[in-house]
Design a protein around this ligand. Structure first.
Ligand code: ATP
Length: 508
């Protein structure tokens, strides 16, 4: 049985993965701190991404740009003018909503629940003969609800595109009558709310308003010439970066899925104009396969192709993952055209061009971006891995355990080293010897407290793929048992073999 969101949040706190930020002061809304295992898991996610993107591609190089950037950056990128979300408050409940989410998540969500209810009822009635596809396509009630959802979202997009906020508000009031979300329809007007955090420079920075970057991408664009001139790259080539980004999200919910401070893993791929859609298709597929290699199952991910495009894009898709609260964006793949480089070229007065030796001409390259949130990846990994399963206990009876079945490459601890008993010095010193032997190859943990069965359960709950137990036989013949988290199989192997066995499994 997989965990729901509340259970994931509780597990993360209890086992040292994620805590609310500044917990002793009551936390800070939508800001979180990663604990001992969470920070290691996050580090492993970033390493896995960096190896796949930078190390495995001779034409992708890394960058680590600053969070603070020249204020003009955000004028050129369009963020000062257009990085807004529509915000609306309910005057009675005093609740604040992102107007587009209000429609998509609450209104459409309610109708989707009604559809799900119809389907459950029919499935019960028809038993084996039930065909969901056919039922969806023919049942008048399902068709009515689906039609209402589609038309509401379509109308919302028209209002958003036209920046017709009054029309948009009218739509919310109209929907509220059919499907009330908050008791009354007493709404404020919709305002555009800029999502950038700003702070004052001062001193030698002058009085400029500085922004905390809302995306890492612009650090790559403003460094285009620097990287080109210092890295010997030819087009097509990519620049990859992992770093923090900040957005003053109107409503931040769903744990680390939507935070005000988060981390992005982004790659901007520069190509000759006209080659961008080919590169876009290539990266879409390649990024999907990257996700599938770490979270199994054909159905965990899906593409969502955007019809409504951002001002800088000529094609865009999300890779969505099925979280406990439904399919949501995990990664964005965007064909950003030459919008950013051109805008920076114009505002800075510096040429941001590439001389193509084949064409013998200079041009501003086109860009394809892959952008995945480290924290959304973290939540996806936990949502997929964390479960309760039934296993035989020591006397062969069935008992349930909490286990995190995540890919060994991502596991925060790869190997737990456990002396059978804590008060037998011969066992504990032998176990410490094994720990010292393995600790430079991968993350190990020494644990001697509590009965061995409870220690196994604790390692299951933090996702440790292997437990190595040192018992009295070890002292005789230098063998240990190695226990597999998923199959629960325990094998006796020579100490000399342990490193090879685990290394083979934890490398991707
Ligand atoms: P959404 O529509 O969910 O707000 P977005 O389309 O604004 O996301 P992008 O600007 O494409 O997101 O950012 C790229 C990636 O950064 C996203 O796919 C997501 O993984 C991550 N991301 C964006 N906003 C947040 C956030 N507030 N908290 C955590 N991760 C985020």
């Amino acid at each position: 049985k997989k965990f729901g969101l509340q259970e994931i949040v509780a597990h993360c706190k209890e086992y040292g993965f994620v805590y609310p930020s500044s917990d002793i002061y009551g936390g800070l809304n939508a800001v979180y701190d990663y604990g001992p295992y969470g920070s290691q898991l996050r580090q492993n996610i970033k390493d896995y991404w960096w190896r796949a993107m930078v190390q495995a591609h001779e034409n992708i190089v890394g960058l680590d740009a600053s969070i603070f950037m020249h204020p003009q950056t955000w004028v050129a990128s369009g963020h000062v003018d257009a990085f807004n979300d529509p915000m609306i408050d309910n005057k009675d409940s005093k609740k604040r909503y992102r107007a587009d989410h209000l429609i998509e998540e609450i209104y459409a969500g309610k109708l989707e629940n009604k559809i799900a209810k119809e389907i459950r009822k029919a499935a019960k009635r028809f038993g084996d003969a039930f065909d969901e596809q056919e039922f969806r396509a023919t049942n008048p009630r399902v068709l009515k609800y689906q039609g209402q959802i589609d038309s509401a979202i379509e109308r919302m997009n028209v209002f958003l595109n036209a920046e017709d906020l009054a029309g948009f508000k009218g739509l919310i009031e109209e929907l509220e009558i059919k499907c009330p979300v908050s008791g009354t329809g007493n709404w404020t007007d919709i305002r555009q709310f800029n999502l950038m955090f700003s702070t004052q420079g001062g001193g030698s920075l002058g009085d400029n308003n500085l922004y905390l970057r809302p995306e890492t991408a612009q650090g790559i664009f403003v460094n285009f010439n620097n990287v080109l001139n210092s890295s010997r790259q030819k087009l097509p080539f990519g620049i990859a970066q992992i770093g923090k980004a900040f957005r003053n999200e109107i409503v931040a919910r769903q744990f680390v899925f939507r935070m005000r401070e988060f981390e992005q893993m982004e790659m901007q791929y520069f190509v000759r104009p006209g080659k961008e859609l080919e590169a876009y298709e290539y990266w879409k597929e390649k990024r999907l396969r990257w996700h599938q290699a770490i979270i199994g199952g054909e159905n965990a991910h899906r593409f969502h192709n955007h019809e409504k495009l951002a001002h800088y894009a000529n094609a865009a898709a999300d890779i969505e993952f099925e979280y406990a609260f439904g399919f949501r964006e995990l990664e964005g793949i965007h064909s950003r055209t030459d919008f950013d480089l051109k805008a920076h070229q114009e505002l800075s007065g510096k040429k941001l061009q590439y001389f193509d030796p084949e064409l013998k001409e200079s041009y501003v390259p086109y860009v394809v971006e892959t952008s995945v949130g480290c924290d959304r990846m973290f939540l996806a990994v936990l949502s997929d891995a964390l479960q309760e399963d039934i296993v035989p206990d020591a006397d062969g009876k069935e008992s349930s355990r909490t286990v995190m079945k995540l890919h060994p490459a991502l596991a925060p601890v790869k190997c737990a080293i456990l002396p059978l008993l804590k008060n037998k010095e011969a066992l504990t010193s032998k176990a410490r010897e094994v720990f010292d032997r393995l600790k430079y190859s991968f993350q190990c943990q020494y644990d001697e407290k509590d009965a061995i069965g409870r220690r196994y359960r604790r390692q299951d709950a933090i996702g440790t793929p292997y437990c190595v137990t040192i018992d009295f036989d070890t002292l005789e013949d230098n063998t240990v048992t190695i226990r597999d988290r998923d199959s629960l199989e325990q094998k006796r192997v020579s100490i000399d073999e342990v490193e090879r066995i685990i290394s083979e499994k934890v490398d991707v």
